[in-house]
Design a protein around this ligand. Structure first.
Ligand code: FAD
Length: 383
């Protein structure tokens, strides 16, 4: 029997903070346990992508949580893809007919800070430096580790919600109690982030309101604007072959690649060698689970349930949709095991579809957007 209107969330990232807000605003008692320190005190220490494309799906969830206005105050509009051809020409391919059909670039760290503040203001209790390390599902006890002094802390829970990302510790614990049908498919391509600083006059050094793409067949670069007038560039390369993260290991080798394939981007990235050598190389994979919950004791959402490759810019947007769906099920007051089962039923197929579209869009972005047939088709669509 669950304590009515109390729930324990694991992870205070994007999904955890949003779900906490949606439930706390409806009077639920929400405890959120987060492995890292409070980013509002020390700045955001996330190791992953600096900015994210926010689409209407995500904005809908932000509106329901009362977070849209604060988030949009620091968002940069992206009207379409700015394709950079090998010969230096560019072409803006709009996402829609006008500015009512656009996407937005948001800073992951700023977004997380806004969502945490809104969650706390709504009454959620946030517990930082609490990394989930083990779960006894029979006794309903969760164990956490504090990375500052390696101390261990235990809590008793009714239900756990895993919003602890692609490497979810809750998912690992659930897998020991029941077979979730988990499999991970690695893409065979990885990414590295680089930075375009502001222009000498303090403005953006290339068109601000676009998602820039340098498509080069088997690989590509993209760049998204940040509100402080920088761009975060992401270089996607295969793990093996030529060129690849195996063949390009030093800053000097990266420069040679850029001179050949991304010549118009090279002068925009003054710290190319440093960024390439210091920034981590991120792996890309798709996570599939057949089951997202363990009766009424635990459920997964966001990347913990369905991590995907980033080429459709929908991982966070999809995680936000999960939050709305799960909150609706819980607030409807159904038996909690039923609420979790209904949530899985509602969202699993959608997540699979978005995962497939994300994989498909990698081919489109790196291989088709600079193709003559494709450009003709897009031009006709715009007529
Ligand atoms: P996360 O954001 O990963 O949050 C998980 C939280 O759990 C973190 O705060 C973490 O510290 C915490 N945690 C981890 N382990 C534990 C533990 N044991 N105990 C307690 N807490 C723990 N999506 C988009 O919609 N648009 C984009 O443009 C986009 N671009 C991307 C680009 C790249 C390169 C990558 C890698 C991803 C991109 N995504 C994008 C996907 C997006 O980042 C994720 O889908 C989103 O972050 C998922 O949110 P989440 O809350 O489920 O997980």
């Amino acid at each position: 029997m669950n304590t009515p209107n109390h729930i324990t969330l694991i992870g205070a990232g994007l999904a955890g903070a949003l779900l906490a807000t949606l439930l706390a605003r409806q009077g639920w008692q929400v405890d959120v346990y987060e492995k890292r320190g409070d980013p509002r005190l020390k700045g955001y220490a996330g190791g992953r992508s600096i900015n994210l494309a926010l689409a209407e799906r995500g904005r809908h969830a932000l509106r329901l949580a009362g977070a849209d206005e604060a988030v949009m105050a620091q968002a940069v509009m992206m009207r379409g893809r700015m394709v950079h051809f090998l010969d230096g020409r560019t072409d803006l391919q709009r996402y829609g007919r006008d500015d009512s059909e656009v996407i937005w670039s948001v800073h992951r760290g700023e977004l997380n800070v806004i969502l945490l503040q809104i969650a706390e203001d709504a009454g959620a209790k946030l517990h930082f430096h609490r990394g989930l390390s083990a779960v006894d599902f029979d006794a309903r006890i969760a164990r956490f580790n504090d990375d500052r002094d390696d101390s261990t802390h235990e809590i008793v829970f009714d239900s756990l919600v895993g919003a602890d990302g692609a490497g979810s510790a809750l998912r690992a614990a659930m897998n020991q109690a029941t077979d979730l049908g988990e499999r991970t498919e690695f893409l065979g391509h990885s990414y590295k982030e680089l930075e375009i600083p502001p222009a000498p006059d303090g403005g953006f050094s290339i068109e601000a309101n676009a998602l820039h793409i340098w498509p080069r067949g088997r690989y590509m670069c993209i760049a998204l604007p940040n509100d402080e007038r920088t761009f975060t560039v992401t270089l996607f390369l295969p793990n093996e072959g030529e060129p690849s993260f195996d063949s390009i290991r030093t800053g000097a080798q990266a420069r040679t690649l850029f001179e050949r394939d991304f010549a118009d981007a090279l002068p925009l990235i003054p710290q190319l060698e440093r960024d390439f050598e210091h920034n981590p190389t991120g792996l890309l994979a798709t996570l599939y689970l057949d089951r997202w919950h363990l009766d009424d004791r635990a459920v997964l959402l966001g990347d913990a349930a369905h991590a995907m490759v980033p080429f459709h810019g929908q991982g966070m947007n999809c995680a936000f949709e999960d939050c709305v769906a799960l909150a609706e099920r819980l607030l409807a007051g159904n038996d909690r095991a039923q609420a979790f089962a209904d949530f899985q039923q509602q969202r699993l197929r959608s997540a699979r579809a978005i995962q497939a579209m994300a994989l498909e869009n990698y081919l489109e972005m790196r291989d088709r957007v600079d193709n003559d047939d494709y450009l003709l088709q897009r031009a006709l669509e715009r007529e």
